[in-house]
Design a protein. Sequence first.
Length: 348
Amino acid sequence: MSEALRAHLLEGQVIPAHPLALDRRRRLDERRQRALTRYYLGAGAGGIAVGVHTTQFAIRHRKHNLLAPVLELAADTVRDTLGVGTPTRRVALIAGAIGDTRQARREAELAQRMGYDAVLLSLGALRDATNQALIRHCRTVANVLPLFGFYLQPAVGGRVLDFEFWCRFCEIGNVVAIKIAPFNRYATLDVVRAAAETGRDDVALYTGNDDSIVADLVTPFRVRVGARSVERRIVGGLLGQWAVWTRRAVLLHERLRREAPGAEALALGAALTDANGAIFDVRHNFAGCIPGIHEVLRRQGLLTGIQCLDPNEKLSPGQAKEIDRVTREYPELNDDEFVRSNLTEWLT
């Protein structure tokens, strides 16, 4: 199974980070949650990531106790929609895992029981751990499920992970992919260099840099390894930005794989970065990033509101107008018509 997963990820996939659908009393809205999963499948996504930052880390809090129900609902919806054992299409099920080693291992074991393929392992809780301690932590979780490494930007709960860490991380045999999301070009290069220098061409590199999606996907990264020049590519994305306008994201990804990048692709990349700035609330240091995602999905009818588990998590002042602006200025980025055509079926 891990080799099939590895091959699937190396092909390059669009993997949305799955949001959480809540009703107006902030309880799980199972109908809307299923509709979101069906939307991503219908849009052509090659995987979904559940229990991650976009799903809200607070699902783990005892008063909510939503981690298991949300993971199970997504997995069941994928299986029900595609059919068990469908040979013509694979969708990777990626489960987020956080916390100290005991918690992360427990969450990986939960995901394993529910049929997930890999763990997207966040290291933000181990803020003061040494590289050696971090690698021990990663190896423990990798004994349960294949690892999808995760460089999460510090602004939303991540920590700095240096080149030496990524070299040691790439030595873990059960690593299948790395999501590079530091929102920092220097740190992005650290991960790419580590994968190249350790010879792990079987580890798929995925962008999580919502501010530079197209640039990541079109750049040939060339690294000197001894006397050789090694080229690595970022082949796909696991992104919060791709939780919205997902059909357009799939078409963009297909286009970038099919065509040599030119000025038009780079211009589209700049438009996507501008749109992400509005949706993710860059002006307020990402305070409204999850409500911003919800707002786009609400306008399309996929969600009934933008409520989060934390009642204080809302759109920032002026954010709705910014979303208005980017929606108006970049109609080529949205998939409103696609959603309109399928919404009734997804909500059934």
